[in-house]
Structures are given as C-alpha cells and as structure tokens.
Design a protein around this ligand. Sequence first.
Ligand SMILES: Cc1cc2nc3c(=O)[nH]c(=O)nc-3n(C[C@H](O)[C@H](O)[C@H](O)COP(=O)(O)OP(=O)(O)OC[C@H]3O[C@@H](n4cnc5c(N)ncnc54)[C@H](O)[C@@H]3O)c2cc1C
Length: 551
Amino acid sequence: MTTKPVILAVDDDREVLGAVERDLRRQYRQRHRIVAAASGAQALETARELKRRGAPVALFLVDQRMPDMTGTQLLGQLRALFPDTKRALLTAYADTSAAIAAINEVGVDHYLLKPWDPPEQCLYPVLDDLLADWTAHAVLPFDGLRVVGSRWSPQSFATRDFLSRNQVPYQWVDLDEDAQMRALVLEGRDATPPLPVVLLQDGRMLVAPSNAELAATVGLQTVARPFYDLVVVGGGPAGLACAVYGASEGLKVLLVEQNAPGGQAGTSSMIENYLGFPNGVTGADLARRAATQARRFGTEILVGHAVVGLRREDPYRIVELANGTEVACHALMLASGMAAVKELAVPGAERLVGAGVYYGAALSEAAMYRGQHVHVLGGANSAGQGALFFSRYAERVTMIVRKPTLSPQMSQYLVDRIAYTANIEVVGDSEITAVYGTDHLECLDLHNAETGETRTVPASALFVFIGVAPRTEAFRPLVATDDKGFILTGADAREAARGWGPAREPMMFETSVPGVFAAGDIRANANRRIAAAVGEGSAAIFSVHQYLRGV
Ligand SMILES: Cc1cc2nc3c(=O)[nH]c(=O)nc-3n(C[C@H](O)[C@H](O)[C@H](O)COP(=O)(O)OP(=O)(O)OC[C@H]3O[C@@H](n4cnc5c(N)ncnc54)[C@H](O)[C@@H]3O)c2cc1C
C-alpha cells in the first residue's frame, strides 16, 4: 500500500493547533496523514523520525511566533531534512514583514494570515495549490514505474530526464548498487542489456526505450490526426502560449514536442521575474500549468516526437515527424527555441556527457550529487539559477566564469543571492581546459587567464551553461534564416521570400513562407525571455487568424 504523504502542522498554542488539525483533517485526511507538533523542537524530532522511516512529507504549516524558535528558523532547519517539501508560514497581521523576510530567507512558498474563516475560502485553495505542486513531482515510495540503470549511463539520464520533465513519477534503481535488481535484469541473458531497463507495473520490461516508446507506455498522447488548423512545433513558453490562445479561440491545434512541455523555461529551478508569481515559480510548475491550460482548451500535445522536416503543398503545410508520419495543417507555428550546443570543446568532455558532464540544468540529477562537490560553467542567469538550485543538495558548488566576477552578465538579484549562499564559490577569470574520468567525471583542469596557472581539481559533476543555438536545422530548407540560423519574420523576411505568392507582405510573425509563423527564441532579433516568448506566441495568433481567413 502507498504511504500517505504527511502534512505537519506546528503551533505552540494548543487551542489553535487543535483548530488547524481539525480543518486539515476535514479536507485532506483521505490523501494525507495529518501530524501535529506543539513546538519547534517537537516538530524537528517528528521530522527526523519521518525521515528515518522514509515517509514522504508534502507540507509544513508552521506558526511564526513560537517561544523556542521562530517559524522561519524552524522552516530553515526543516528544509535541510526535506528540501522539496512545501513550506507555509502562519502569521498574525502584525507579522507580515516577518513573513516577507521568510520568503527571502528560507524560500517559504506561502504565508497565511490567521485566523482563516471560512477555510473553504481562505485556507483550502492555497493548500490545494501547494499540495498539487508537490504531488506533481514527488517521487513517492510506490510500486509503479521503475527505471533501472547506471548512474553513469547517458541514456539512463535521458530517460529519467524525459520522465521527470513530463511529470511521470518513477523509482530510480541503480544497477551498480542493487544486486537483486541486477539478477532480475540479467535473468536469461549473457550480458547486461543496453540501459536503462524500464520495469512496468504489469511486469513488462522495456530495454533502452526511445522517448516516443516511453510516452506511449505512460499514457501520453503519441498519435496525431491527419489534419489541424494549426500545428505548433515546440512546447516551450512561446508554443504553449500560442496553443492556449489558438485553441481557446476555436482553432483545432496540435502541439508537437520532442521532449517535454516547458522548453528551456521548464528546466529553470526558479523563475523570479515572470509576472504574477511574486515568490517565483519553478520551470516545472509553470510548464505543468501551461500544458494543463492548453489541453483544457482542446490542444492535442504530442510528446516524444521530433519534427524532422517541413513541406509546402498549397494550401497545406506538411509537418514530417521522426517516426515517418506526416501531419497537414493550414497554418504552422515554429517555436522550437534554442538548445545548449553540446560543444564543451575540451579533451574528455564528449565521452563524459551524461556521466558527470551535463548540458543545461539537469535538475533530475541534483539529488544524486547530495553532499558532493559540483561545478557550474557559465555566468548567465541560467547558470546562476542552476548554482542556487544545486547548492540545496551539493556540499559545495563552484561557479566558473570567464569574467573576473559574475555581475556583468547576471541579474543583480541572482548575484546577491549567490553572494549570500555560503556553499557557492565563484572562480573568476577562469575556464575549463580538460575533463577526466574513467567511466564518469572525476576531475577537471581549471585555467586562470590572469595568472596563467592551470590546476587539476576533483569534481563530481559539471553542469555546462554556455553556448546555445537556435533549433532550426529541420526548417532551414523551407524558411529563411539569418546567418546564425535564427528565423526571419515580418519585414526581415521580405527580401528572402522568393516564390512567396500572396499579394501582400509577410505579417509580423510570418516567415518567408506564407502561413508559416515563428515565435520566441527561435526568431531573429527576439528578446530571449519567458515573458517575451509568451507574448510572441499569444500575439502571433492574431496573424494566424488573418491568414486563415484567406485560405
Ligand atoms: C536554465 C534556464 C533558466 C532560465 N531562466 C529564465 C528566467 O528566469 N526568466 C526569463 O525570462 N527567461 C529565462 N530563461 C530563458 C527562457 O527560458 C527562454 O527565453 C524561453 O524558454 C524561450 O521560449 P521558447 O518557447 O521560444 O523556446 P524553448 O523554451 O527553447 O522551447 C522550445 C521547445 O521546442 C522543442 N523542440 C525543439 N525542436 C523541436 C523539433 N524539431 N520537434 C519538436 N519539438 C522541438 C524543445 O524540446 C523545447 O521544448 C531561462 C533559460 C534557461 C535555459
């Protein structure tokens, strides 16, 4: 039987604690175990016991004013034990400033003003939202999907990343550390099969499955119809926004995503500058919300399939998928964004990708490096967010930047946050010149451009946040791009629009081919931010409607 995730309520006022407990039980006892503690010390003892038993904890609901320690101090200590548990602080009106400080100091997810009456209006909606967020990426001790692989196999990493980014819960089993599982996987075989092996609830075993195979197995949509009004390529913020607006305005929309909805934004550990989320929002949460919203309006989201080619067969635009199938549409939106270029051009790097060397924010790997020393290469915002996220798990995080300090490239709030995080160090004027390891990363060479010195330092993991390029290879034969591969639109596409056709010029987000639009990071001269991508994806629908009126 699955263990019910715990909600731990803490208040030194026994009468209030009783009332909190009563309200929690009324609403959540079916799916959660409600545990109460009457002091900070008791709460810590309870949390340690839960940790020892491996019990999942979904939410801490903690009073700010307690005699032995403040709620903020307690949440800080609880975070060390349960980093992923949602944290809500209970305050009286007079404590609002303390609550705001708590948001900044210990990353409180929400603060609630006491008393709440009625709870249906003032308490449950907030807790429902927090618990849904937690449930979306909790790895519960359950008897469902198990991914069996080696920590150092790149394909094992890719499978874990695909599942976690699609919010599919799974249990990870390291073959190197589990003799029973090794025996199970080897049964009837002479050698270890290609990894990972995915064990399904019904007893089936998938050997090194592709994303498409995994998607079909876990119940994600993998089959499209032959025709749609609009096909969107790419499920990042631009593609999702386009799908939401397109579908909500009555279009039959298909969104094709090769990996998971969310795109680059989905890999962000904490987005703090997106409008409407004053406490920040994780990329995974934003992606989940946006994909849910798109589906609710009727968008079909095809996951695990890459678009490998496009054709124009007036009045249709044809999208070719990697599995050989084709989908026709009247209007096509290209929103495939940018990706890290897997070119850390130093000796040893290529061989160790996925085995200690990762491109971008491989959030699913963070817990594997608990208590270890990880390196982050790059000085832009994404590297800063990555470093802060990894600092919650790793013992030490070293950021390596070419410039003397972080500040010229990074938002000030991240620079400040990093400065206050004791286990992050910034090594300036430096670059990595080689990485070493037999079957996984063990150390790297750090060259200091100022002193000319090169040091070899031990490293458990290296997260690379440098070098991104537009993902337009599959579209280039059809639509015009600039010399860096970004897609030309509107007035910029006019010159390149040979064989164009209609007696008008390309509209604002239209490419050099009528009816083919582009939005987000993939577009030449785009402002590469989440809000900008969302804005472009939404605004481009206006041009799509105008185009469709003439088809
Ligand atoms: C770690 C990180 C943190 C960031 N933090 C912030 C932040 O805090 N604030 C901010 O404003 N910006 C931030 N950014 C930048 C922001 O995420 C991007 O500007 C934004 O995601 C661009 O959205 P997009 O939809 O244009 O493209 P992407 O987000 O790149 O999405 C494109 C999608 O298309 C899919 N795709 C690509 N090719 C194909 C194909 N051939 N077939 C099918 N699917 C395909 C990809 O898998 C991807 O999911 C961050 C970026 C990173 C990497």
